[in-house]
Write a protein that binds this ligand. Sequence first.
Ligand code: AMP
Length: 238
Amino acid sequence: MTGASSNSGKTAAPKIVGPIIFLGAPGVGKGTQAKRIAEKYDIPQISTGDILREHASRGSALGQKAKAIMDRGDLVSDKIVCDMVEFRLRQPDCDRGFILDGFPRTVEQATWLDGVLTAKSFDGKSLRPVVVDFVVSYNQLLQRLTGRRTCPVDGSIFNVHSQPPRVPDTCDLCGSKLVTRKDDSEDAISVRLKSYEQQTLPLVDYYRKQGTLRSISGEQTADKVTAETVAAIEKARG
Ligand code: AMP
């Protein structure tokens, strides 16, 4: 799709959106926002968590290796995740831009990505990423993670506290039975939040120093968060 009609409710998409990185703790709303922004600009959402879960459900060698690590809430190795992202970024649907949702999560991954983005060309130009850091208080995060239910078929995300499905435990879009992710158990949540603090939070400073970071409160309505995210992208890309 190029541009947009007023009937579609989308505004005209810039031709080149470039790389967009969504940072933030688990449960902050990155996945929900990534889906909205991906649709608005017609660019892919690249969720390393989704790709790993796909591997795990297919039972591939990589998936079998990653599953136990993910279920505990620990991070999968940088090498595995960087290889996956490298392969995905080579696909032609990434040529105008893409959203990295859940990547990078360590300084090593961010340094690796810098090298990849320097070498990648968007219509003949190299573009620095627009980095959005979504911020939500610790108590809110806990509530969101324990209340999260996801659709195993189309990936829709609900929350029993703040965004319940119309019919309990049922996906509004496709009618499938919603599931609680294994890593949304209390034990795994505390491991995930700890690894976020120790390994991912330093990326906020990393990108702030590069001058590409924009912080947005994820405690506003989802529509307000989307509007601020779009404004940040438009400002960066003109
Ligand atoms: P997510 O859906 O983004 O919360 O990711 C689910 C799980 O996948 C994480 O808890 C990690 O085990 C793994 N994972 C996803 N992205 C990464 C990454 N960039 N680096 C390491 N592990 C990751």
